[in-house]
Write a new protein. Structure first.
Length: 210
């Protein structure tokens, strides 16, 4: 029997994750069955269960992947001296995550719209009842926050940002802004990434009254 290449295995896993994300975004976690996922990806039960034991594992894999991608983007930015300004950096990452303008690094799209905002809201709700998923999200948040802290420390070391404010507090606020923008996408309709970029530029432009 011919061995299946790692490239084939990775592509099949990607196919399943993308299909599951579309299903969850369209109908929600609880209204989506594994049969719905099988139909969406057009694969047999055996082919899907080879990679994932069920819905909970699919959800955890999607959350882990997205948070890992976000962390990686900010870790890469932290290695630059100084890091890109907040409006550029947040805009770049939001474009990757949301898939605005047909982009999207993580493949989470449905009917031309980004699935991530809808999934994000559902994940937040699901963590209130699912302790395992809550731990996945908490662990991911810790690593993402650490990456953002490094970026903020880069700003402070370059003299671009006040150094007397804890970097962790600034990082949490930047994360909150990005999360809030994504939540608005899910609740009130899509908006171009330039909206959050312009908002950050406006806040960054404030000066003490003369």
């Amino acid at each position: 029997m011919a061995r299946v290449s790692q490239e084939h295995l990775d592509a099949r896993r990607r196919q399943i994750l993308d299909g599951a994300a579309r299903c969850f975004a369209r109908n929600g976690f609880h209204a989506t069955s594994m049969q719905d996922v099988l139909k969406e990806v057009d694969l047999s039960a055996g082919a899907v269960y080879r990679y994932f034991s069920g819905k909970d594992e699919l959800i955890a894999a999607i959350v882990t992947e997205v948070l890992g991608g976000i962390r990686g983007a900010f870790e890469e930015a932290a290695r630059q001296t100084p890091p890109p300004p907040p409006d550029v950096l947040v805009g770049r990452v939001m474009t990757q995550v949301l898939g605005l303008g047909g982009g999207g690094k993580f493949g989470l799209s449905w009917d031309g719209e980004a699935s991530f905002p809808r999934l994000m809201i559902q994940v937040w709700t699901e963590t209130l009842r699912d302790s395992e998923l809550s731990q996945v999200l908490r662990t991911g948040f810790v690593t993402v926050r650490a990456a953002w802290v490094k970026v903020v420390e880069g700003y402070q070391e370059a003299g671009l940002m006040r150094a007397d404010i804890p970097a962790d507090h600034v990082a949490r606020t930047m994360i909150a802004a990005a999360q809030g923008f994504a939540a608005q996408q899910a609740l009130f309709g899509s908006a171009p990434v330039e909206v959050i970029q312009d908002g950050l530029r406006g806040l960054m432009s404030m000066e003490p009254p003369r």
